[in-house]
Write a protein that binds this ligand. Structure first.
Ligand code: PEP
Length: 252
């Protein structure tokens, strides 16, 4: 069953890099990871760089992801972007429900759910981001917060082991702060997420799903995280912005 769980190292560039910078990066990363065989790789540049980067990544094992998606296919939705548009720009993955989207752009579990359905129905691999804030952790609400994000986020989705879904556990207090969750904290939450998936969707899916950790992952802490039994990869923000550093993480 572990066949489905090839490690995935994913880079979320956030709102960094112009098209030209993205192309330069993609060319460099392609060379640096040419030797990688047993790890899946994904980068998520801004929308404006997707098409150009996709040309460079053609015939490599570096996948392309978007940082968001809207649920309608087309229409009068100024500023939004749809699944067919992302697919035509070369994407295979899409990050959904990142804590920055939830915090600054009013995303809720309900809108996250609509985005997830649109992505999954179009054949994109969704990376659902979940995680608690520092206040919620201190108030011992981590598990109830995750329960809601997972249950409401995945509500009504048709999921089985052949329709890949990635979940990224990203404690909000560890994103961009330099604070990484301890290995015990990470393993405890990842095992819990898998248990919740088993409860709601069955053991087959729980054993097939990849659960990534995100939050200040760096070259010097990635191998400890990847050694944990329920960690199947990493979602990397800041440390994915330099191809050399990201390549070191990919070579964990
Ligand atoms: C992220 O943006 O998903 C993230 C984990 O950021 P960082 O690695 O910078 O903490």
């Amino acid at each position: 069953m572990t066949d489905y769980r090839t490690p995935l190292i994913a880079g979320n560039w956030k709102m960094f890099k112009t098209g030209a910078e993205a192309v330069q990066y993609a060319k460099a990363l392609k060379k640096q990871v040419a030797d990688v065989e047993n790890t899946d790789i994904m980068i998520a540049p801004p929308f404006t760089a997707l098409s150009a980067v996709s040309e460079i990544l053609r015939d490599t094992r570096i996948g392309l992801g978007a940082q968001n998606i809207f649920w309608e296919k087309e229409g009068a939705f100024t500023g939004e972007i749809s699944a067919p548009m992302l697919i035509s720009a070369g994407c295979q993955y899409v990050i959904i429900g990142h804590s920055e989207r939830r915090q600054y752009f009013g995303e809720t579990d309900e809108t996250v759910n609509r985005r997830l359905k649109a992505a999954a129905n179009a054949g994109l691999i969704p990376i659902l981001c979940v995680g608690e804030t520092e206040t919620q952790r201190e108030a011992k609400k981590t598990f109830s917060v995750l329960d809601k994000q997972i249950k409401d986020g995945l509500n009504g989705l048709i999921l089985d082991e052949h329709h890949p879904l990635v979940i990224a556990y990203e404690p909000v207090w560890a994103i961009g702060t330099g604070k990484t969750a301890s290995p015990d904290q990470v393993q405890e939450v990842h095992a819990y997420i898998r248990k919740q998936i088993a409860k709601n969707f069955g053991n087959m899916l729980a054993n097939a799903i990849r659960v990534l950790y995100g939050g200040s992952v760096k070259p010097d802490n990635v191998s400890g995280l990847m050694a944990l039994p329920d960690v199947d990869g990493a979602l990397v923000g800041g440390a994915s912005l330099q191809p050399e550093t990201f390549s070191q993480i990919i070579h964990f």
